[in-house]
Ligand binder design. Structure first.
Ligand SMILES: [Zn+2]
Length: 120
């Protein structure tokens, strides 16, 4: 088992802040669904239990579309979507980190994996 690292994410205005534990993040997913292609985030997934929202619960807006299985969350003040929430088919609750919002990560150093969300 690889060692877990602690990551710190936030929206632009800083209202929403979180801590996330994960194996070292070296890659991220670029999704081509109708939302993500506009949003432009790069995603890495972790189990919800490894995610801790430190502030901003009351600043979070929730956007859903289509089958409404994913919560595309964003800050009511600055509009930045720093993470989202979803549930796997097996019931596991997941958090999708937008690695562009994480302090410790330089997105330009990550391997980007295309994800064909458009076809789902
Ligand atoms: Zn904000």
């Amino acid at each position: 088992m690889s060692e877990q690292q602690t990551y710190h994410g936030s929206c632009h205005c800083g209202a929403i802040r979180y801590e996330a534990r994960s194996a070292p993040i070296a890659e991220a997913m670029s999704c081509n669904c109708s939302y993500c292609r506009r949003f432009g985030g790069l995603l890495a997934f972790i189990p919800a239990q490894n995610f801790k929202l430190e502030s901003g619960e009351d600043r979070i807006a929730d956007y859903q579309f289509g089958q409404k299985v994913i919560h595309h969350l964003f800050c009511r003040t600055c509009g930045i979507g720093s993470f989202g929430r979803g549930t796997m088919p097996d019931g596991t609750e997941m958090v999708a980190l937008n690695v562009r919002c994480i302090e410790e990560i330089d997105p330009d150093t990550l391997a980007i994996t295309p994800f064909d969300g458009k076809s789902l």
